[in-house]
Design a protein around this ligand. Structure first.
Ligand code: MTE
Ligand code: MO
Length: 434
């Protein structure tokens, strides 16, 4: 590929330095990759592109779309090599191919902090939580009381950051540039929040909750985050005050000794180092409420425009998404590989996933995968399937899920908003055969 009037550069260099220009040069006006450009692209990708004719115009190949340098990794005892998003506060996402377990182990559990991680307490059983506000009898309970007085339940519950998928937004939205890995599905043991709220005598005037934790914000005084939700979600049988994760005490990083677990809704509601819940007649006003925080446009706004979020609505049930866990993005497979046995997880907030489809020809044809039912409500669902490949070369596995209301993941992140919530576009993984 030659730049008019300039020195010749390899397509790889050009993709690294100026991806948009490289793409324009490769695709040209007609949007069909051919001749020398096709060969150059193949060289950069490491193989020929058997389905090049199907590649949409202007598509930046997934293998090159990662940007410069590649990710930085977390190095921490008790943690897998997560993708580091930031150190202060500490945030790290799980690479998709590490999300293969049906029950996410502690070491592979993503990390999302808005402030500093508190010191561990000496005797967890004396940790107290307060239930107050619109209740007949404000109460204070130790973890010991919780275990003695209420029924313990164990459920597999998915918990996903409200900003998961944010890196899909264009123009870029503010915040951690999560891929698809700010998701977990661990096995949680605890008591139902509703049992505890009833014990305090929730009044009819209690319409909303406000959640509080022990961590403080890094930049300013005050709490790291304090969100709340409609009372209906608090009364859902799967919303629990958790005291164990995967049968063990909750790790300090993930909210020890107790956290809320509000599955299917933005992870920010699942208060770590949980100390207090207030019932309220009006929506909570803590850090992370109102404006453009965890809120999405009701009517789409111009991408990149300024907006104070006054007409936005709280993001509640998270949108449908799936991850591919059998093959890492960029995986190289032996010459002659003619089938891929694919596997992953899929989830859809409060809904279930009814289908997962995969394409290996840039979306020209899609094949239905097998999707298992969830082991319990609010658990993610395993999907599996086999796709055939016609030859060696560069392929992209495109994968997309459909929820039980028939809604599919869109081709590109939709409903842009300044803080980047709710992006769930179709994902692509680059696979090289030979
Ligand atoms: N106390 C407290 N709770 C919190 C947070 C926090 O910063 N402080 N972060 C929230 C957000 S935004 C998410 S996505 C989840 C992440 O939980 P994890 O770090 O265990 O993965 O915790 C939520 N609960
Ligand atoms: Mo989050």
């Amino acid at each position: 590929m030659t730049q008019q009037g300039g020195p010749e550069r390899s397509v790889h260099e050009l993709y690294r330095d100026d991806p948009e220009r490289a793409d324009a040069l490769a695709w040209g006006r007609r949007g069909v990759l051919k001749g020398a450009a096709l060969a150059a692209m193949g060289t950069a990708l490491g193989g020929t592109i058997p389905f090049a004719r199907q590649m949409p115009a202007g598509l930046l190949p997934a293998a090159l779309a990662q940007g410069q340098g590649g990710p930085q990794f977390l190095e921490m005892e008790g943690k897998a090599r997560l993708i580091l998003q930031g150190e202060r506060p500490l945030n790290a996402e799980t690479p998709e191919h590490l999300l293969d377990d049906d029950v996410t182990p502690a070491d592979k559990f993503f990390i999302r902090n808005n402030g500093s991680v508190p010191e561990a307490v000496a005797d967890p059983r004396t940790w107290k939580i307060t239930i107050d506000g619109e209740v007949n009898t404000p109460i204070e309970l130790t973890l010991g009381d919780l275990e003695r007085r209420f029924e313990l339940v164990t459920r597999r519950l998915q918990m996903e950051c409200g900003g998961n998928g944010r890196s899909g937004f264009s123009p870029q939205a503010a915040g951690n540039q999560w891929g698809n890995g700010a998701i977990s599905c661990a096995e949680w043991t605890g008591v139902r929040l509703r049992d505890v709220l009833r014990a305090a005598g929730a009044k009819d005037s209690a319409k909303f909750t406000g959640h509080h934790g022990a961590d403080s914000h890094l930049s300013a005084q005050g709490p790291a985050i304090s969100r709340g939700m409609r009372i209906e979600k608090a009364m859902d049988e799967d919303t629990i005050i958790a005291i164990r994760m995967n049968g063990a005490p909750i790790p300090q990083m993930h909210g020890a000794p107790t956290r809320l677990m509000v599955p299917g809704w933005p992870g920010s509601l699942s208060q770590k180092w949980f100390t207090r819940i207030e019932l309220r007649a009006s929506p909570h006003s803590g850090r992370g409420m109102g404006g453009t925080s965890y809120r999405v446009p009701v009517r789409p706004i111009v991408p990149g425009s300024r907006n104070n979020g006054a007409d936005f609505a709280d993001l509640e049930s998270m949108p449908v998404r799936c991850v591919l866990t059998s093959h890492a993005h960029g995986a190289r497979l032996p010459t002659g590989t003619r089938a891929l046995d694919l596997r992953g997880q899929a989830w859809a907030g409060d809904l279930t996933v009814s289908a997962v489809h995969v394409s290996v020809d840039f979306g020209a044809t899609w094949q239905a995968m097998t999707v298992n039912p969830p082991p319990n409500r609010h658990a993610w669902q395993r999907w599996t399937g086999r796709v055939a490949l016609p030859s060696d070369g560069y392929f992209e596995v495109w994968y997309r899920a459909t929820d039980s209301n028939g809604r599919m993941q869109p081709h590109v992140a939709a409903n842009w908003n300044p803080q980047g919530y709710g992006a769930n576009p179709i994902s692509r993984a680059a696979i090289l055969v030979g």
